[in-house]
Design a protein around this ligand. Structure first.
Ligand code: NAP
Length: 429
Protein backbone atom coordinates (compact mmCIF):
# COMPACT_ATOMS: atom_id res chain seq x y z
CA UNK A 1 0.00 0.00 0.00
CA UNK A 2 1.57 3.31 -1.05
CA UNK A 3 -0.38 5.82 0.99
CA UNK A 4 -0.49 5.70 4.78
CA UNK A 5 -3.33 3.43 5.90
CA UNK A 6 -6.24 5.23 7.52
CA UNK A 7 -8.13 3.93 10.54
CA UNK A 8 -11.37 5.38 11.93
CA UNK A 9 -12.24 4.73 15.56
CA UNK A 10 -15.91 5.32 16.30
CA UNK A 11 -16.18 6.42 19.92
CA UNK A 12 -13.70 8.36 22.06
CA UNK A 13 -14.33 6.48 25.30
CA UNK A 14 -11.69 4.48 27.18
CA UNK A 15 -11.82 1.53 24.73
CA UNK A 16 -11.50 3.74 21.66
CA UNK A 17 -8.71 5.82 23.19
CA UNK A 18 -6.74 2.78 24.36
CA UNK A 19 -6.99 1.44 20.79
CA UNK A 20 -5.93 4.82 19.36
CA UNK A 21 -2.93 4.98 21.70
CA UNK A 22 -1.82 1.48 20.70
CA UNK A 23 -2.18 2.26 16.99
CA UNK A 24 -0.34 5.56 17.41
CA UNK A 25 2.58 3.79 19.09
CA UNK A 26 2.66 0.87 16.63
CA UNK A 27 5.63 0.41 14.30
CA UNK A 28 3.36 0.67 11.29
CA UNK A 29 2.61 4.15 10.03
CA UNK A 30 -1.16 4.66 10.44
CA UNK A 31 -3.33 7.80 10.38
CA UNK A 32 -6.05 7.62 13.02
CA UNK A 33 -9.30 9.59 13.17
CA UNK A 34 -11.28 9.28 16.39
CA UNK A 35 -14.92 10.16 15.73
CA UNK A 36 -17.38 10.94 18.50
CA UNK A 37 -20.84 12.44 18.49
CA UNK A 38 -19.87 14.63 21.45
CA UNK A 39 -17.30 17.44 21.33
CA UNK A 40 -15.76 15.95 24.49
CA UNK A 41 -13.60 12.82 24.59
CA UNK A 42 -13.41 10.13 27.33
CA UNK A 43 -16.91 8.60 27.06
CA UNK A 44 -17.88 6.74 30.23
CA UNK A 45 -14.81 7.97 32.03
CA UNK A 46 -16.32 11.45 31.82
CA UNK A 47 -20.00 10.50 31.89
CA UNK A 48 -20.05 7.22 33.82
CA UNK A 49 -17.38 7.12 36.51
CA UNK A 50 -18.85 8.62 39.67
CA UNK A 51 -17.89 12.27 40.26
CA UNK A 52 -16.65 11.43 43.77
CA UNK A 53 -14.19 8.87 42.35
CA UNK A 54 -11.65 11.41 41.19
CA UNK A 55 -8.73 8.98 41.26
CA UNK A 56 -10.30 6.80 38.53
CA UNK A 57 -10.91 9.94 36.48
CA UNK A 58 -7.17 10.58 36.50
CA UNK A 59 -6.98 7.78 33.90
CA UNK A 60 -8.06 10.50 31.47
CA UNK A 61 -4.51 11.87 31.52
CA UNK A 62 -3.18 8.51 30.36
CA UNK A 63 -5.85 8.12 27.71
CA UNK A 64 -5.17 11.63 26.44
CA UNK A 65 -1.65 10.51 25.51
CA UNK A 66 -3.17 9.22 22.28
CA UNK A 67 -3.85 12.83 21.28
CA UNK A 68 -0.19 13.75 21.59
CA UNK A 69 0.57 11.76 18.45
CA UNK A 70 0.56 13.72 15.18
CA UNK A 71 -1.02 10.60 13.65
CA UNK A 72 -4.21 11.09 15.67
CA UNK A 73 -7.09 13.49 14.97
CA UNK A 74 -10.13 14.00 17.18
CA UNK A 75 -13.32 14.65 15.19
CA UNK A 76 -16.15 15.54 17.57
CA UNK A 77 -19.79 16.23 16.73
CA UNK A 78 -19.80 13.44 14.14
CA UNK A 79 -22.53 10.86 14.58
CA UNK A 80 -22.00 7.60 12.76
CA UNK A 81 -25.28 5.95 11.89
CA UNK A 82 -27.23 9.17 11.33
CA UNK A 83 -24.94 11.64 9.56
CA UNK A 84 -22.65 9.06 7.99
CA UNK A 85 -23.25 5.32 7.67
CA UNK A 86 -20.68 2.71 8.68
CA UNK A 87 -20.57 1.58 5.03
CA UNK A 88 -19.65 5.11 3.92
CA UNK A 89 -16.97 5.22 6.57
CA UNK A 90 -15.53 1.97 5.24
CA UNK A 91 -15.34 3.66 1.86
CA UNK A 92 -12.95 6.25 3.33
CA UNK A 93 -10.83 4.21 5.75
CA UNK A 94 -8.85 0.98 5.48
CA UNK A 95 -10.25 -0.10 8.82
CA UNK A 96 -13.07 1.00 11.10
CA UNK A 97 -13.05 0.20 14.82
CA UNK A 98 -16.41 0.34 16.59
CA UNK A 99 -15.86 1.56 20.14
CA UNK A 100 -19.39 2.78 20.78
CA UNK A 101 -19.89 1.20 24.21
CA UNK A 102 -23.36 0.32 25.45
CA UNK A 103 -25.51 3.43 25.61
CA UNK A 104 -28.87 1.80 26.39
CA UNK A 105 -30.28 -0.20 29.29
CA UNK A 106 -31.38 -3.76 29.85
CA UNK A 107 -35.08 -3.93 30.62
CA UNK A 108 -36.84 -5.47 33.59
CA UNK A 109 -39.94 -6.21 31.52
CA UNK A 110 -42.38 -5.64 34.40
CA UNK A 111 -45.51 -3.47 34.67
CA UNK A 112 -44.85 0.13 35.69
CA UNK A 113 -41.29 0.25 34.38
CA UNK A 114 -42.11 3.43 32.43
CA UNK A 115 -43.98 5.27 35.22
CA UNK A 116 -42.60 8.74 35.95
CA UNK A 117 -40.14 8.33 38.80
CA UNK A 118 -38.79 5.05 37.39
CA UNK A 119 -35.55 5.64 35.53
CA UNK A 120 -32.50 3.66 34.63
CA UNK A 121 -29.43 4.11 36.78
CA UNK A 122 -27.60 4.96 33.55
CA UNK A 123 -29.88 7.98 33.07
CA UNK A 124 -29.32 9.05 36.66
CA UNK A 125 -25.54 8.69 36.26
CA UNK A 126 -25.64 10.66 32.98
CA UNK A 127 -27.50 13.43 34.74
CA UNK A 128 -25.22 13.79 37.73
CA UNK A 129 -22.21 13.50 35.41
CA UNK A 130 -23.41 16.47 33.34
CA UNK A 131 -24.05 14.63 30.04
CA UNK A 132 -25.56 17.14 27.61
CA UNK A 133 -28.35 14.70 26.58
CA UNK A 134 -29.38 13.87 30.15
CA UNK A 135 -32.88 14.71 31.32
CA UNK A 136 -32.87 16.43 34.71
CA UNK A 137 -34.00 14.51 37.78
CA UNK A 138 -36.26 16.18 40.29
CA UNK A 139 -35.44 14.87 43.71
CA UNK A 140 -36.95 17.39 46.12
CA UNK A 141 -39.92 15.11 46.88
CA UNK A 142 -37.87 11.91 47.19
CA UNK A 143 -37.61 10.38 50.64
CA UNK A 144 -37.44 6.70 49.71
CA UNK A 145 -35.66 5.23 46.70
CA UNK A 146 -35.34 1.68 45.39
CA UNK A 147 -32.29 0.63 43.41
CA UNK A 148 -32.79 -2.65 41.53
CA UNK A 149 -29.57 -4.60 40.93
CA UNK A 150 -26.47 -5.08 43.03
CA UNK A 151 -23.60 -4.22 40.69
CA UNK A 152 -21.14 -1.36 41.01
CA UNK A 153 -23.43 1.06 39.18
CA UNK A 154 -26.16 0.32 41.73
CA UNK A 155 -23.67 1.02 44.52
CA UNK A 156 -22.63 4.29 42.83
CA UNK A 157 -26.18 5.63 42.55
CA UNK A 158 -27.08 4.49 46.08
CA UNK A 159 -23.98 6.27 47.41
CA UNK A 160 -24.76 9.51 45.58
CA UNK A 161 -28.30 9.44 47.02
CA UNK A 162 -27.15 8.64 50.55
CA UNK A 163 -24.04 10.77 50.81
CA UNK A 164 -24.09 14.05 52.67
CA UNK A 165 -24.46 16.51 49.74
CA UNK A 166 -21.87 18.77 51.38
CA UNK A 167 -19.32 16.04 50.57
CA UNK A 168 -20.22 16.28 46.90
CA UNK A 169 -19.39 19.96 46.73
CA UNK A 170 -15.80 19.30 45.75
CA UNK A 171 -16.79 17.18 42.73
CA UNK A 172 -17.17 18.32 39.11
CA UNK A 173 -20.97 17.95 39.13
CA UNK A 174 -22.83 20.76 37.36
CA UNK A 175 -24.27 23.44 39.65
CA UNK A 176 -27.89 22.48 38.93
CA UNK A 177 -27.20 18.85 39.87
CA UNK A 178 -25.53 19.80 43.14
CA UNK A 179 -28.43 22.10 43.97
CA UNK A 180 -30.93 19.29 43.30
CA UNK A 181 -28.99 16.80 45.40
CA UNK A 182 -28.75 19.37 48.18
CA UNK A 183 -32.53 19.80 48.10
CA UNK A 184 -33.23 16.09 48.58
CA UNK A 185 -34.68 14.57 51.63
CA UNK A 186 -33.68 11.00 50.97
CA UNK A 187 -33.98 8.95 54.12
CA UNK A 188 -34.18 5.39 52.84
CA UNK A 189 -32.51 3.63 49.93
CA UNK A 190 -33.26 -0.01 49.17
CA UNK A 191 -30.59 -1.94 47.28
CA UNK A 192 -32.15 -5.10 45.90
CA UNK A 193 -30.55 -8.23 44.46
CA UNK A 194 -32.41 -11.16 42.94
CA UNK A 195 -29.77 -13.59 44.23
CA UNK A 196 -28.02 -13.78 47.60
CA UNK A 197 -25.31 -11.46 48.97
CA UNK A 198 -22.57 -13.91 47.97
CA UNK A 199 -23.68 -13.58 44.33
CA UNK A 200 -23.76 -9.79 44.26
CA UNK A 201 -21.77 -8.22 41.40
CA UNK A 202 -20.41 -5.25 43.36
CA UNK A 203 -16.75 -5.06 44.37
CA UNK A 204 -15.84 -5.09 48.04
CA UNK A 205 -14.08 -1.72 47.95
CA UNK A 206 -17.18 -0.02 46.50
CA UNK A 207 -19.44 -1.84 48.97
CA UNK A 208 -17.29 -0.81 51.96
CA UNK A 209 -17.32 2.80 50.78
CA UNK A 210 -21.13 2.74 50.67
CA UNK A 211 -21.53 1.00 54.03
CA UNK A 212 -19.06 3.41 55.62
CA UNK A 213 -20.89 6.65 54.70
CA UNK A 214 -21.19 9.10 57.58
CA UNK A 215 -24.53 9.06 59.35
CA UNK A 216 -25.71 5.89 57.58
CA UNK A 217 -27.66 3.09 59.22
CA UNK A 218 -27.60 -0.33 57.56
CA UNK A 219 -30.57 -2.69 57.71
CA UNK A 220 -30.54 -6.28 56.45
CA UNK A 221 -34.07 -6.98 55.23
CA UNK A 222 -35.91 -10.29 55.13
CA UNK A 223 -33.39 -13.01 55.61
CA UNK A 224 -30.04 -13.68 57.11
CA UNK A 225 -26.50 -13.34 55.95
CA UNK A 226 -24.82 -16.68 55.28
CA UNK A 227 -23.20 -17.65 58.58
CA UNK A 228 -20.67 -19.95 56.95
CA UNK A 229 -18.58 -18.28 54.27
CA UNK A 230 -16.15 -21.15 53.74
CA UNK A 231 -16.34 -22.31 50.16
CA UNK A 232 -17.12 -18.83 48.87
CA UNK A 233 -14.64 -17.11 46.59
CA UNK A 234 -12.60 -14.26 48.06
CA UNK A 235 -14.74 -11.42 46.75
CA UNK A 236 -18.01 -13.05 47.89
CA UNK A 237 -16.53 -13.76 51.33
CA UNK A 238 -15.22 -10.21 51.66
CA UNK A 239 -18.59 -8.81 50.60
CA UNK A 240 -20.49 -10.89 53.15
CA UNK A 241 -17.93 -10.00 55.84
CA UNK A 242 -18.22 -6.29 55.01
CA UNK A 243 -22.00 -6.42 55.41
CA UNK A 244 -21.71 -8.38 58.64
CA UNK A 245 -19.23 -5.84 60.02
CA UNK A 246 -21.52 -2.90 59.16
CA UNK A 247 -24.50 -4.62 60.78
CA UNK A 248 -22.50 -5.32 63.92
CA UNK A 249 -21.54 -1.65 64.36
CA UNK A 250 -23.50 0.54 66.73
CA UNK A 251 -24.84 3.40 64.65
CA UNK A 252 -27.22 5.41 66.85
CA UNK A 253 -29.80 7.75 65.26
CA UNK A 254 -28.77 7.40 61.63
CA UNK A 255 -29.69 10.27 59.34
CA UNK A 256 -30.28 7.93 56.42
CA UNK A 257 -30.72 4.20 56.01
CA UNK A 258 -29.53 1.66 53.49
CA UNK A 259 -31.83 -1.36 53.28
CA UNK A 260 -30.14 -4.42 51.81
CA UNK A 261 -32.68 -6.80 50.32
CA UNK A 262 -31.45 -9.99 48.67
CA UNK A 263 -33.21 -12.90 46.98
CA UNK A 264 -36.04 -10.68 45.79
CA UNK A 265 -37.01 -9.59 42.32
CA UNK A 266 -39.35 -6.74 41.40
CA UNK A 267 -42.63 -7.90 39.85
CA UNK A 268 -44.37 -4.52 39.44
CA UNK A 269 -43.69 -0.82 39.89
CA UNK A 270 -46.88 0.67 41.26
CA UNK A 271 -48.41 4.14 41.48
CA UNK A 272 -51.12 6.44 40.11
CA UNK A 273 -49.40 8.58 37.49
CA UNK A 274 -46.02 8.24 39.19
CA UNK A 275 -44.06 5.74 41.22
CA UNK A 276 -45.36 5.09 44.74
CA UNK A 277 -44.03 1.62 45.55
CA UNK A 278 -42.38 -1.50 44.19
CA UNK A 279 -43.78 -4.98 44.63
CA UNK A 280 -41.11 -7.61 45.24
CA UNK A 281 -41.29 -11.37 45.13
CA UNK A 282 -39.02 -13.65 47.10
CA UNK A 283 -36.95 -15.85 44.80
CA UNK A 284 -36.88 -18.39 47.65
CA UNK A 285 -40.52 -18.91 48.59
CA UNK A 286 -42.48 -16.68 46.16
CA UNK A 287 -43.91 -14.46 48.92
CA UNK A 288 -44.59 -10.85 47.97
CA UNK A 289 -44.40 -7.48 49.68
CA UNK A 290 -44.31 -3.79 48.78
CA UNK A 291 -41.66 -1.17 49.43
CA UNK A 292 -42.78 2.48 49.30
CA UNK A 293 -40.67 4.45 46.84
CA UNK A 294 -40.71 7.91 45.24
CA UNK A 295 -37.84 6.99 42.94
CA UNK A 296 -36.87 3.70 41.31
CA UNK A 297 -33.49 3.33 39.64
CA UNK A 298 -33.14 0.21 37.52
CA UNK A 299 -29.49 -0.77 37.61
CA UNK A 300 -29.50 -4.13 35.87
CA UNK A 301 -26.88 -3.53 33.21
CA UNK A 302 -26.24 -1.48 30.10
CA UNK A 303 -27.14 -2.55 26.55
CA UNK A 304 -25.55 -1.75 23.18
CA UNK A 305 -27.03 0.35 20.40
CA UNK A 306 -27.12 -1.16 16.89
CA UNK A 307 -25.44 0.67 14.02
CA UNK A 308 -27.21 0.53 10.64
CA UNK A 309 -25.78 -2.21 8.45
CA UNK A 310 -23.55 -3.60 11.21
CA UNK A 311 -24.45 -7.01 12.68
CA UNK A 312 -25.83 -6.86 16.20
CA UNK A 313 -26.64 -9.77 18.49
CA UNK A 314 -27.75 -9.56 22.10
CA UNK A 315 -26.52 -5.99 22.56
CA UNK A 316 -23.11 -6.58 20.96
CA UNK A 317 -21.41 -6.61 17.58
CA UNK A 318 -20.53 -10.25 16.88
CA UNK A 319 -16.77 -10.66 16.62
CA UNK A 320 -13.92 -13.06 17.17
CA UNK A 321 -11.17 -11.39 19.17
CA UNK A 322 -12.27 -8.02 17.81
CA UNK A 323 -12.67 -8.98 14.14
CA UNK A 324 -16.31 -8.31 13.24
CA UNK A 325 -18.31 -11.20 11.83
CA UNK A 326 -21.73 -11.41 10.25
CA UNK A 327 -24.39 -13.31 12.14
CA UNK A 328 -23.66 -16.36 9.95
CA UNK A 329 -20.00 -16.22 10.95
CA UNK A 330 -18.67 -14.62 7.75
CA UNK A 331 -15.75 -12.29 8.42
CA UNK A 332 -16.33 -8.62 7.58
CA UNK A 333 -12.91 -7.40 6.43
CA UNK A 334 -11.90 -3.99 7.70
CA UNK A 335 -14.38 -3.88 10.60
CA UNK A 336 -13.33 -4.29 14.24
CA UNK A 337 -14.89 -3.90 17.66
CA UNK A 338 -13.48 -2.95 21.01
CA UNK A 339 -14.80 -2.34 24.53
CA UNK A 340 -18.37 -2.97 25.70
CA UNK A 341 -19.83 -3.25 22.17
CA UNK A 342 -17.29 -6.05 21.62
CA UNK A 343 -17.57 -8.03 24.85
CA UNK A 344 -20.71 -6.77 26.61
CA UNK A 345 -21.19 -4.21 29.38
CA UNK A 346 -18.88 -5.69 32.01
CA UNK A 347 -15.46 -4.84 33.30
CA UNK A 348 -13.62 -1.92 34.79
CA UNK A 349 -11.96 0.82 32.71
CA UNK A 350 -8.62 -1.02 32.84
CA UNK A 351 -10.13 -4.12 31.18
CA UNK A 352 -10.26 -2.12 27.95
CA UNK A 353 -6.50 -2.17 27.75
CA UNK A 354 -6.06 -5.90 27.08
CA UNK A 355 -9.25 -5.83 25.05
CA UNK A 356 -7.89 -3.05 22.81
CA UNK A 357 -4.52 -4.79 22.57
CA UNK A 358 -6.19 -7.89 21.13
CA UNK A 359 -8.26 -5.97 18.58
CA UNK A 360 -5.39 -3.71 17.49
CA UNK A 361 -3.05 -6.70 17.07
CA UNK A 362 -5.49 -8.30 14.63
CA UNK A 363 -6.12 -5.00 12.86
CA UNK A 364 -2.41 -4.46 12.25
CA UNK A 365 -1.92 -8.05 11.10
CA UNK A 366 -4.77 -7.64 8.60
CA UNK A 367 -3.60 -4.19 7.42
CA UNK A 368 -0.15 -5.58 6.65
CA UNK A 369 -1.59 -8.00 4.09
CA UNK A 370 -4.70 -6.11 2.94
CA UNK A 371 -4.84 -5.43 -0.78
CA UNK A 372 -4.78 -1.68 -1.51
CA UNK A 373 -8.19 -0.31 -2.41
CA UNK A 374 -9.18 3.19 -3.51
CA UNK A 375 -10.61 5.25 -0.68
CA UNK A 376 -12.78 8.35 -0.59
CA UNK A 377 -11.74 11.44 1.34
CA UNK A 378 -13.36 11.42 4.81
CA UNK A 379 -13.19 15.22 5.10
CA UNK A 380 -15.02 15.60 1.80
CA UNK A 381 -17.63 13.09 2.92
CA UNK A 382 -18.29 15.02 6.14
CA UNK A 383 -18.34 18.36 4.34
CA UNK A 384 -20.84 16.98 1.81
CA UNK A 385 -23.11 16.06 4.74
CA UNK A 386 -22.78 19.54 6.22
CA UNK A 387 -20.86 18.12 9.19
CA UNK A 388 -18.20 20.35 10.64
CA UNK A 389 -16.26 18.27 13.13
CA UNK A 390 -15.03 19.80 16.34
CA UNK A 391 -11.34 19.47 17.04
CA UNK A 392 -8.99 18.75 19.89
CA UNK A 393 -8.48 22.50 20.32
CA UNK A 394 -12.23 22.91 20.71
CA UNK A 395 -12.20 20.26 23.44
CA UNK A 396 -9.29 22.04 25.12
CA UNK A 397 -11.36 25.23 25.15
CA UNK A 398 -14.22 23.35 26.83
CA UNK A 399 -11.74 21.81 29.26
CA UNK A 400 -10.29 25.23 30.14
CA UNK A 401 -13.76 26.71 30.58
CA UNK A 402 -14.75 23.89 32.95
CA UNK A 403 -11.58 24.33 34.97
CA UNK A 404 -12.26 28.08 35.07
CA UNK A 405 -15.82 27.51 36.32
CA UNK A 406 -14.48 25.14 38.96
CA UNK A 407 -11.82 27.61 40.14
CA UNK A 408 -14.52 30.22 40.75
CA UNK A 409 -16.26 27.72 43.04
CA UNK A 410 -13.13 26.47 44.80
CA UNK A 411 -12.99 23.09 43.00
CA UNK A 412 -10.89 21.53 40.29
CA UNK A 413 -13.64 21.57 37.65
CA UNK A 414 -17.32 22.18 37.16
CA UNK A 415 -18.84 20.38 34.20
CA UNK A 416 -20.58 22.29 31.44
CA UNK A 417 -23.73 20.30 30.80
CA UNK A 418 -25.77 22.40 28.36
CA UNK A 419 -25.44 21.67 24.66
CA UNK A 420 -25.68 25.37 23.80
CA UNK A 421 -22.78 26.23 26.11
CA UNK A 422 -20.65 23.43 24.65
CA UNK A 423 -21.49 24.49 21.10
CA UNK A 424 -20.78 28.16 21.91
CA UNK A 425 -17.31 27.11 23.02
CA UNK A 426 -16.83 25.05 19.85
CA UNK A 427 -18.21 27.45 17.28
CA UNK A 428 -17.46 30.66 19.08
CA UNK A 429 -13.78 29.79 18.44
P1 NAP B 1 -23.31 -5.60 36.56
O1 NAP B 1 -22.07 -5.62 37.36
O2 NAP B 1 -23.48 -6.61 35.47
O3 NAP B 1 -24.55 -5.76 37.60
C1 NAP B 1 -25.86 -5.90 37.14
C2 NAP B 1 -26.77 -6.29 38.29
O4 NAP B 1 -28.10 -6.32 37.80
C3 NAP B 1 -26.49 -7.65 38.88
O5 NAP B 1 -26.70 -7.58 40.26
C4 NAP B 1 -27.57 -8.53 38.22
O6 NAP B 1 -27.95 -9.63 38.99
C5 NAP B 1 -28.70 -7.54 38.19
N1 NAP B 1 -29.74 -7.91 37.22
C6 NAP B 1 -29.60 -8.17 35.89
N2 NAP B 1 -30.81 -8.44 35.35
C7 NAP B 1 -31.70 -8.35 36.35
C8 NAP B 1 -33.11 -8.52 36.42
N3 NAP B 1 -33.83 -8.81 35.35
N4 NAP B 1 -33.71 -8.36 37.62
C9 NAP B 1 -33.01 -8.04 38.72
N5 NAP B 1 -31.68 -7.87 38.73
C10 NAP B 1 -31.04 -8.03 37.55
O7 NAP B 1 -23.55 -4.21 35.85
P2 NAP B 1 -23.34 -2.69 36.29
O8 NAP B 1 -23.53 -2.48 37.73
O9 NAP B 1 -24.16 -1.94 35.31
O10 NAP B 1 -21.80 -2.43 35.96
C11 NAP B 1 -21.26 -2.59 34.65
C12 NAP B 1 -19.76 -2.78 34.73
O11 NAP B 1 -19.14 -1.53 35.12
C13 NAP B 1 -19.35 -3.79 35.79
O12 NAP B 1 -18.27 -4.55 35.32
C14 NAP B 1 -18.94 -2.92 36.96
O13 NAP B 1 -18.00 -3.54 37.82
C15 NAP B 1 -18.33 -1.73 36.25
N6 NAP B 1 -18.37 -0.54 37.13
C16 NAP B 1 -17.37 -0.38 38.00
C17 NAP B 1 -17.39 0.68 38.89
C18 NAP B 1 -16.29 0.87 39.88
O14 NAP B 1 -15.31 0.14 39.85
N7 NAP B 1 -16.41 1.79 40.81
C19 NAP B 1 -18.47 1.57 38.90
C20 NAP B 1 -19.49 1.37 37.99
C21 NAP B 1 -19.43 0.29 37.12
P3 NAP B 1 -27.48 -11.13 38.58
O15 NAP B 1 -26.05 -11.21 38.98
O16 NAP B 1 -28.38 -11.98 39.38
O17 NAP B 1 -27.67 -11.24 37.09
Amino acid sequence: MERIPRVAIVGAGPAGLFAAGLLARADADVAIDILDRLPTPFGLLRYGVAPDHASIKAVADKLADAFESPRVRFCGLVEIGTQVTPAELLGCYDAVVYAIGAALDRRLGIPGEELPGSRSAREFVSWYSGHPDAVAHELAHVTSAVVVGVGNVAVDVARILLKDPAELHATDMPDAVLAELQATNVRDVWLVGRRGPADAAFSTAELRELLGLDGLGVVYERGELPADTTGLDRRARNNVDAIAAALAEERPSPLRRLHLLFQHRPVAILGEGRVASVEFESTVDGSRFEVPADLVLRSIGYYGVPLPGVPFVDGRIPNVEGRVHDVDGTLRPGEYAVGWIKRGPVGLIGANKSDATETVRHLLEDLAVAPARPLGDPDELLAARGVRPSTLDDWRRIDDAEIGRGTLRGRERTKIEAWHDLLDLVFGR
